[in-house]
Write a protein that binds this ligand. Structure first.
Ligand code: FAD
Ligand code: UDP
Length: 406
């Protein structure tokens, strides 16, 4: 059958039992669950011209499968999330590896025992590795902050090296901030690993959809109770009614085309956009991507190289490693991070986690508190730094709750 794409002008809003804004994992999983488990007719509103959220991939003009909104590698310890996505497409095994380009020398990231040998030579590395094992234990992950907090001079030497050569410049490029200025949970995503394991992730389940993410979403949304309206912004079709004229007064009702929406409204876009940024825009980091196609089989030695001490881009990804595609050509992508100033031309990619921004977000969230059928969900709507598997888990949990309300 395929995904049912409808024109907004033509549809009858009264036909639907639930409205979902956004077709990334948050929106698509809830839509599928409501349709399949509760027989609900679901209308998905999506502002882009395609489904799949930031996971969207497509063939470029050279026939190479590329990710359009950043490289996406699936990894999780949540068996339910993994089993769920496996229902909709074939998967291929893939374990991501990342190398840091350190003035032209490659070393594994997360920084590990192998990286230490590259930097210090075998003999000195052996001694320092023993020290790390003594202090933290073998096969342990240590955050850069924990390592820097040690007062042993040799551990300080290692910490300083890693801080300066792995974290400092990369974080400045990515966030416009030093590692001390970003939330500790951000740098903790990439620990120092007392191990010889060169994989970027150690999760139990890792892989990639064999034919790409877009077919996975096409299969998930291929259901006769799900309709999708593309190129439609929620804020331009929602009529919001508030409890009073006070700018802090909570929402009382949402209607579309004069039809009040009484069923669940699952909103996965940025919360400030829905309220036309009345308290100012929520801060994000945005990205630009530069693609290059080369007439060789491979350009990089592995899926991603992080530029931790040089260049103005943060990393280069070579998609063929991720997708397993075979071709005599290859496409690579450089990522440039910058501030998010213009929502018309830029995309909000990374919420900037700190207390001030959390309070700013909470002001918007409070506006939704009066409307029991409104559910903000996802990396944008919750203003969090969530990986795909966490979003899938949260979407399944919300669906359980909504289906249980029957
Ligand atoms: P999204 O995928 O952003 O979907 C939201 C959808 O809502 C979009 O389609 C958007 O167009 C639509 N929308 C927004 N506002 C509106 C509106 N007002 N009206 C209508 N539609 C709207 N996670 C991993 O697990 N592994 C990775 O390797 C990984 N790599 C990443 C790389 C980058 C560069 C980034 C930024 C993120 C990465 N992530 C990764 C995280 C992953 O992208 C998110 O977990 C995932 O996208 C969350 O899904 P979502 O549905 O919440 O949001
Ligand atoms: N980071 C770094 N150097 C690296 C890799 C990561 O400084 O080589 C820091 C940086 O602040 C980054 C954060 O760790 O934003 C999280 O990295 P991750 O690879 O998880 O970022 P994502 O893939 O989500 O962009």
């Amino acid at each position: 059958m395929g995904v049912q794409v409808r024109s907004f002008k033509e549809l009858d809003v009264a036909d639907y039992d639930a409205v979902v804004v956004g077709s990334g994992f948050a929106g698509a999983v809830v839509a599928r669950e409501l349709a399949e488990r509760a027989n609900k007719r679901v209308l998905i509103i999506e502002k882009r011209a395609h489904i799949g959220g930031n996971m969207y991939d497509e063939l470029d003009e050279n026939g190479i499968l590329v990710h359009r909104y950043g490289p996406h590698i699936f990894h999780t310890n949540d068996k339910r999330a993994f089993d769920y996505v496996r229902r909709f497409t074939e998967w291929r095994d893939y374990e991501h590896e990342v190398l840091a380009d350190w003035y032209g020398t490659y070393m594994p990231v997360p920084f590990n025992k192998n990286s230490m040998e590259i930097v210090y030579g075998e003999e000195k590395a052996a001694h320092l590795i023993d020290k790390l094992i003594e202090t933290f234990g073998d096969e342990r992950k240590v955050t850069i902050n924990e390592l820097r907090a040690q007062d042993d001079p040799e551990l300080s030497e290692i910490a300083d090296f890693i801080y300066k050569n792995v974290f400092l410049y990369y974080t400045q490029k990515q966030w416009g901030l030093t590692p001390e200025e970003v939330d500790p949970s951000v740098t903790a995503r990439v620990p120092v690993f007392v191990s010889r394991d060169n994989r970027y992730f150690q999760d139990a389940f890792q892989g990639m959809p064999a034919n790409g993410y877009t077919p996975l979403f096409e299969s998930m949304l291929d259901h006769d109770l799900i309709d999708v309206c593309l190129e439609t912004e929620a804020e331009s079709i929602f009529d919001l009614e508030f409890e009073s004229d006070d700018e802090n007064a909570p929402l009382a009702a949402i209607s579309i085309k004069d039809v009040p929406i009484d069923g669940p409204i699952v909103y996965t876009g940025p919360l400030d956009e829905l309220f036309l940024s009345r308290f100012g825009r929520l801060p994000y980091r945005s990205l630009d991507f530069a693609y290059e196609t080369h007439d060789v089989e491979h350009v990089l030695p592995c899926g991603t190289v992080n530029f931790t001490v040089t260049e103005d881009y943060t990393r280069i990804t070579e998609f063929k490693y991720l997708t397993g595609q075979e071709s005599a050509k290859t496409t690579i992508m450089k990522e440039y991070s910058h501030s998010y100033d213009d929502p018309k031309t830029q995309i909000p990619y990374y919420a900037i986690i700190n207390d001030e921004n959390a309070a700013h977000y909470d002001r918007y969230l409070k506006l939704t508190s009066g409307l029991a059928n409104f559910h903000p969900l996802g990396r944008l709507a919750e203003y969090r730094y969530y990986n795909m598997d966490v979003i899938i888990g949260r979407a399944l949990a919300l669906a359980d709750e909504l289906v249980g309300e029957e």
